[in-house]
Design a binder for this molecule. Structure first.
Ligand code: DMJ
Length: 489
């Protein structure tokens, strides 16, 4: 074990510096963009001290949510804040927990400076976490939440045990790629036996893994993780239509598209595009950047439309471009920052403004709307972070204080409606007054919402605002600065 540790450290140092490919020179921001030039007189709000008072308010609310998890569900996957009970996420039938909320929270606790909470979480992980579980495991969620969470935790405190756990889980997941005739991943794997299942995979499952697996390749010096993910992206890209649009799912054994619906930034295709671009932003992969532009240009051409003065993405048939529906999932709102990072700031701004219009109507965004009327087609809200994700990245891309203001508006809506006496929870109906609450705090709430908000207003030496990159699950995969007080804990 000592030998492994020493080897990893040496490799890690060299490869973190070098990256898997050449990352473009100059100061990079989240999304890998150089800062856009601004008109004379524009006040860049990034240069100042942030807003320590608001940062502290957000930090306090995070602790309120965390305390509820600690009180009722510590070591379980999630908490049910109203009933005060624990909840299983990955293995509800087997009643096995992997302490998901702890893993999701690691780098948030770190950047917020909750060191004793972080140490308690790490102690739980080092004592209890074991992936030898004889049950099927959802690989999409497992990679972005657990592999990503352990890697972000490792990048924060540099304890080799976290890296070993991330590698152990990734090795148990690898059969989804290596057993697939096309290289595109199956949906699920049995963590103990390596048996794979689920042959028709949605695009998000096929393509939301290169960031976590690429970091793992960097840290271990083993390129097989990155290469498996890259092959899957290539295979999916090669199945685009003559319009350069992609369908929603593919049979990973035959390679046939099983659903030709292109829902663009909406599920089930959403984070596929995020990771095609991310492979460039995080690892300098120019081929992926080319793929991103090909696909994004086609979406801009065939999906984007101006409707009643607002900008939205239609869902279309990928073969013909024919309209399927004009629904918009809240989950798509992250795309405002991605399309801006990819070079189209005016489209990103317009899309963000469209969502801000909905936020003015519903202080907590509904899960989905019909954008011809701005009315909900699903009136719940599962404590969704995507709008705040865009606020955060657009703020750091542009320095425009409008994004901080609208982020605070989002925070106020969340605090006024999703707060419970002991924690935070999901909303069952955003259209009622007061909003009807549900009974669940999703683990991603510890990874995303509060972190995006906090890192707009806070200035902490533990986070590099000049050069960062976060995964689809809000994991800080670049930009964590080690603190000697915690290193190796
Ligand atoms: C999170 O797991 C991630 O943000 C993912 O990309 C989409 N769904 C949830 C949050 O809404």
């Amino acid at each position: 074990m000592m030998g492994l540790d020493t080897r990893l450290k040496g490799l890690e140092r060299r490869q973190l510096l070098r990256g898997l490919g050449a990352v473009g020179g100059g100061a990079l921001l989240g999304g890998g963009l150089a800062r856009p030039a601004k008109a004379a007189g524009f006040i860049d709000s990034r240069a100042g001290p942030g807003n320590p008072q608001v940062a502290d308010e957000i930090r306090t609310e995070f602790l309120h949510a965390w305390s509820c998890y600690k009180k009722y569900a510590f070591g379980y996957d999630q908490v049910l804040p109203l009933s005060g009970k624990p909840d299983y996420f990955f293995f509800p039938k087997a009643k096995v927990s992997v302490g998901l909320s702890i893993i999701e929270a690691l780098d948030t606790l770190y950047v917020m400076g909750f060191d004793s909470e972080l140490k308690a979480g790490l102690d739980w992980i080092y004592t209890n976490l074991n992936f030898n579980i004889n049950s099927d495991f959802n690989v999409f969620e497992g990679i972005i939440r657990i592999v990503g969470g352990l890697l972000a935790g490792y990048l924060a405190v540099r304890d080799q045990r976290l890296l070993r756990l991330a590698k152990d889980l990734a090795d148990r997941i690898m059969p989804i790629f290596t057993k697939s005739p096309t290289g595109m991943p199956y949906n699920a794997v049995n963590l103990a036996t390596g048996a794979v299942s689920g042959t028709s995979s949605i695009l998000a499952t096929i393509g939301t893994n290169i960031l976590e697996f690429g970091i793992l390749s960097q840290l271990t010096g083993d390129p097989s993780y990155y290469n498996a993910s890259k092959r899957a992206l290539r295979e999916a890209f090669n199945r685009r239509s003559s319009l350069d649009l992609l369908g929603g799912s593919i049979n990973v054994e035959t390679g046939q598209t099983t659903d030709y619906t292109d829902s663009g930034p909406n599920p089930v295709t959403d984070s596929f595009y995020e990771y095609v671009y991310g492979a460039y932003a995080l690892f300098g992969d120019q081929e992926c950047l080319g793929w991103y532009h090909t696909l994004n240009n086609a979406m801009t051409k065939y999906l984007v439309e101006n409707y009643n003065g607002l900008t939205w993405y239609k869902t279309v048939d990928s073969r013909t471009g024919a309209l399927i529906n004009r629904k918009q999932s809240e989950l798509a709102s992250f795309y405002a920052e991605l399309v801006a990072a990819g070079g189209d700031l005016s489209l990103g701004t317009a899309y963000y403004q469209s969502w801000t219009k909905v936020l003015q109507r519903y202080p907590v965004l509904p899960e989905a709307i019909d954008y011809t009327t701005l009315t909900p087609t699903n009136a719940g809200n599962a404590f969704r972070p995507e709008y705040a994700n865009s606020s955060f990245d657009l703020y750091w891309q542009t320095g425009d204080a409008t994004y901080a203001q609208t982020a605070y508006q989002y925070f106020t809506g969340m605090k006024n409606n999703a707060r419970t006496p002991e924690g935070y929870t999901v909303i069952a109906d955003v259209t009622t007054k007061p909003m009807k609450q549900g009974d669940l705090f999703p683990a991603y709430g510890f990874a995303e919402n509060f972190k995006y908000l906090y890192l707009i207003f806070a200035r902490t030496p533990r986070f590099d605002t000049q050069n960062f990159y976060l995964s689809t699950e809000g994991k800080i995969l670049r930009g964590l600065k080690p603190d000697p007080a915690l290193t190796g804990y």
